[in-house]
Design a protein around this ligand. Structure first.
Ligand code: NAD
Length: 264
């Protein structure tokens, strides 16, 4: 049986760890050719080897790029188009961990966080749009075949975080706002944009931030399911948004958060 992403191509940023790693494996399992982009090339190469072993019918490659540099993002999209002929999916997702609040956050931390989290997403969208415009249009659906862009935001873009992470929170709010506008501007071109809002996950990004059992326990109290999420649970949400199963969805803030944003 063909997979849910059969013959599609996916460019996944942050593919060397966490959500990006799990999405890369899941997308390949569902038949997509995948370009695994990460600033940490050895991490992306490790994922590529795993995919090549498990899914020999899928094309995969690792690519070094810093999403905080426009020329790197363009080079990554060009590479995906060169390798796979077309590009169907772009997922930008990174975080600069910093203990920052309004009183003591440093401008350089603010700027770095926004360069990677906001400009990185903008550039990812920009070059993906240009590439997707070359995808054939499915006349029946009025959609560029496979034109789905997913931007990773966060639950902190919706809720106030009690742990100081102001620059990060502000950057994730920008991802939501930007994604909604892009969804409206490009809806008639058949390119869909959705944000995915993960709750707290058991990945290096959060576990390095909540680096003591006390800090983790304090956060766990607020989680309706009483546990941190797994990266693969977010990857499954991303798979839905990438596939044609979500063909009438654009501009959403898709929450995979164990109920956190509905909690009192
Ligand atoms: P992770 O730290 O496990 O993985 C992030 C990956 O991104 C790493 O492989 C890293 O090398 C790569 N990366 C970092 N900076 C980069 C850059 N400039 N260019 C290219 N690649 C870069 O993180 P994760 O938990 O999988 O997070 C992925 C996304 O999900 C992030 O945007 C994060 O803000 C968001 N998110 C995570 C959580 C959580 O609890 N983990 C919650 C909400 C949102």
């Amino acid at each position: 049986m063909p997979g849910r992403l059969q013959d599609k191509a996916a460019l996944i940023t942050g593919a060397g760890s966490g959500i990006g790693l799990e999405s890369s494996i899941l997308f390949a399992q569902e038949g997509a050719n995948v370009l695994l982009v990460d600033v940490n090339l050895p991490a992306a190469e490790k994922v590529q080897k795993l995919i090549a072993d498990r899914f020999p019918n899928v094309k995969s490659a690792a690519f070094k790029a810093d999403v905080g540099k426009e020329e790197d993002v363009k080079a990554a999209v060009d590479k995906a188009v060169e390798l796979f002929g077309r590009l169907d999916f772009n997922n930008a997702g990174i975080m600069h961990p910093a203990d920052d609040n309004a009183l003591n956050t440093e401008e350089k931390i603010w700027d770095l966080t926004h360069t990677i989290n906001v400009k990185g997403v903008w550039w990812g969208c920009k070059y993906a749009i240009l590439a997707m415009r070359n995808n054939p249009v499915d006349e029946a659906k009025g959609l560029h075949t496979g034109g789905s862009i997913i931007n990773t935001a966060s639950f902190v873009a919706i809720m106030g975080a009690a742990t100081p992470q102001l620059a990060y929170t502000a950057s994730k709010g920008a991802v939501l706002a930007m994604t909604r506008e892009l969804a409206m501007v490009h809806a008639r071109e058949g390119i869909r944009f959705n944000s995915i809002c993960p709750g707290p996950l058991k990945t290096p990004l959060l576990m390095d931030f909540l680096n003591t059992p006390e800090k983790r326990d304090r956060r766990l109290v607020h989680l309706p399911m009483g546990r941190f999420g797994e990266a693969v649970e977010v990857a499954k949400g991303a798979l839905f948004l990438a596939s044609d199963d979500s063909s009438y969805m654009t501009g959403t803030d898709f929450k995979v958060d164990g109920g956190l944003t509905s909690a009192y």
